[in-house]
Write a protein that binds this ligand. Structure first.
Ligand code: ZN
Ligand code: ZN
Ligand code: ZN
Ligand code: ZN
Length: 580
């Protein structure tokens, strides 16, 4: 089939379905999408609460526990351990399919009735206030992490140890305040760095040791603002920056961020790729419009899937670890095959369609919270033969009697309507990438309701926090510290925060000032250091004034740097001539 331009059912903009895409849809037997890629991503990620935790009543014990789901959400939750146990049976909620009502209307009822686990985690040892995680140990207040140990305040980490306050980290150790760093050791406040040691406030550096405030360096040591120093000079000068002082740090940071802008950036981050577009892409092949992926092949519109192998997947967000033929799904992985329109389903799952929180299962259609089951529809058990007759009938019925909301028609092949989501839009990943206000979110069919916020009583006013970490002792552990933003910043500021013992020990050991912001505000600060989804067609900016080489290459590329950004953006070839 040739590529075709279609009009998005939702935003009414045109979008292109490529001939390869049609091949994929045919292979997994789904109709081509009616929503454009961006509307699909928004709709899907409006089902993911990336990093908020709330207090909510456990429907089994009646106790208030920490949960991914706000109290205001109509879903029922069970404590995660109880949910995973055998003391309750989710098939008791099973019901027959009603051919007089649309599928999604019936599914919504099941979704509100069947308890789901309080948090989304598996293989967890001694962790507190964590969620969206697997295989983690001794972690605190960390979200979207996997194989992480002894760390706190990480969002989106893989296999780091003793790290704090970072975003998008992978295999780092004893590091702090970083964004998108890979295999770094004792690295502080750095961005887009790989295999660096003891670097501070560096950007786009690889294989560097003891560098400060520099950008675009390869295998260098003792550089400050990209200037070479001797070891002795370096140590003396860095000590003069006095990173133990919050005030000094804020001044230095401003200068460093200005300095970074002088150095060209490659149009995308990643390496060892063949035919890819997107950003933060590693070791992947034929992966288009992807974001933060690794070891992914023949796939499109895949994001946040850092553990491969991932093969033949479209519109797939979060996780991985052996996923094949996953389409329009979220938080699916660790052995997932032929999964469509599902979320929160993992551990050897196969042939799931419209499923939520189903694990170790195969051949399920429209089920919630099942484990070790096959051939169920709406949580009701059928024989293989019954199942195989009934599923095509339901699909036909979904097409003949679609669910319609705000003029949008949801036949078979659409993801769950956003109005069924477990979360109000403003706390979801969709809000992070496509921020909307209440009015616009509601107009676009997303949920929006207020959720309870923690109510802290400040015991330490911001003006009374000692400037240097040297003047802070363990009595700080008892304080509720006022966030400098004081709740007025639009960062979901909690107004105040606490410091934990391991964090204080780390700050003292590394001689870093005490943070002045609550974890939410700190996260938003780091978000501004990473590029978002969305690709722009741009031309290499290799004019003489920005580069050391002659001539202008005119190479075009797709980049996540929007045209209004201050960075100098180069094509691969020109960029390679600039880093040294
Ligand atoms: Zn659209
Ligand atoms: Zn705050
Ligand atoms: Zn703030
Ligand atoms: Zn160029």
């Amino acid at each position: 089939m040739n590529s075709e331009t279609r009009s998005c059912q939702n935003c009414k903009n045109d979008f292109i379905i490529e001939s390869d895409d049609f091949g994929f849809y045919e292979k997994i037997k789904v109709p081509p999408p009616t929503f454009c890629p961006e509307c699909r991503l928004k709709r899907r990620t409006a089902w993911r609460n990336d990093w908020h935790l709330f207090k909510k009543k456990d429907s089994h014990t009646g106790e208030t526990i920490f949960s991914l789901f706000p109290e205001e959400s109509p879903v029922k939750i069970y404590d995660r351990d109880y949910w995973w146990g055998d003391d309750w049976d989710p098939t008791e909620y099973g019901k027959g399919y009603d051919f007089s009502r649309p599928f999604f209307e019936q599914f919504k009822e099941l979704l509100d009735e069947v308890p789901i686990p309080s948090t989304s985690m598996t293989f967890v040892v001694n962790c507190h206030y964590c969620t969206n995680a697997n295989n983690i140990k001794n972690c605190y207040f960390s979200r979207g992490i996997t194989y992480t140990e002894d760390s706190a305040y990480l969002i989106w980490d893989q296999a780091s140890k003793n790290c704090f306050d970072s975003h998008m980290t992978n295999g780092c150790e004893l590091s702090y305040g970083n964004v998108n760093t890979i295999n770094c050791y004792k690295t502080l406040f750095s961005v887009d760095c790989e295999s660096c040691q003891e670097t501070i406030l560096c950007k786009d550096c690889v294989g560097c040791n003891s560098c400060f405030g520099s950008a675009g360096l390869r295998n260098k040591s003792y550089c400050i603002f990209n200037q070479q120093y001797s070891r002795e000079e370096y140590l003396k000068k860095v000590a003069e920056f006095e990173l133990d002082s919050s005030k000094k740090f804020e001044e230095i940071k401003k200068n460093v961020y200005q300095h970074w802008l002088k150095y060209p950036q490659k149009f995308m981050r990643g390496r060892q790729n063949v035919q890819v577009t997107g950003d933060y892409i590693y070791e992947s092949k034929n992966a288009k419009n992807c974001y933060r992926i690794r070891d992914t092949e023949n796939s499109r519109f895949v994001s946040n899937v850092l553990s491969g192998p991932v093969k033949d997947c479209y519109d797939y967000t979060n996780w991985g670890e052996n996923a094949e033929l996953v389409y329009e799904s979220l938080i699916v992985g660790l052995g997932a095959y032929n999964i469509k329109f599902s979320l929160q389903s993992w551990n050897d799952v196969k042939n799931l369609t419209y499923c939520v929180f189903c694990h170790n299962s195969s051949n399920l259609f429209g089920c919630v919270s099942l484990r070790n089951k096959s051939y169920c529809i709406f949580n009701k058990q059928y024989t293989k033969e019954e199942y195989e007759i009934l599923v095509p009938k339901i699909i036909e019925h979904m097409n003949n009697m679609p669910y319609i909301e705000n003029g949008i028609v949801y036949k078979y092949g659409e993801y769950f309507p956003s109005s069924l989501s477990h979360f109000p839009y403003q706390i979801t990943q969709a809000q992070e990438f496509f921020p909307l206000n209440k009015k616009d979110a509601k107009n676009q069919g997303f949920l929006w309701y207020e959720v309870a916020k923690p109510n802290y009583q400040v015991t330490l006013k911001k003006e009374n926090i000692p400037d240097s970490i040297k003047n802070i002792d363990k009595s700080i552990l008892n304080e509720v510290i006022e966030c400098t933003h004081g709740g007025s910043c639009g960062h979901e500021c909690t107004g105040a925060f606490r410091v934990i013992k391991t964090e204080l020990n780390f700050l003292k050991r590394m001689n870093i000032f005490l943070p002045r912001l609550c974890p939410n505000c700190r996260h938003y600060e780091r978000l501004s250091l990473r590029n978002s989804f969305g690709l722009y067609n741009r031309v290499c900016m290799c004019e003489k004034k920005y580069s050391n080489h002659e001539g202008k290459c005119s190479i075009e590329f797709e980049t996540s740097y929007s045209p209004d950004r201050p960075e100098i953006v180069f094509c691969e070839k020109c960029y390679q001539q600039e880093v040294y």
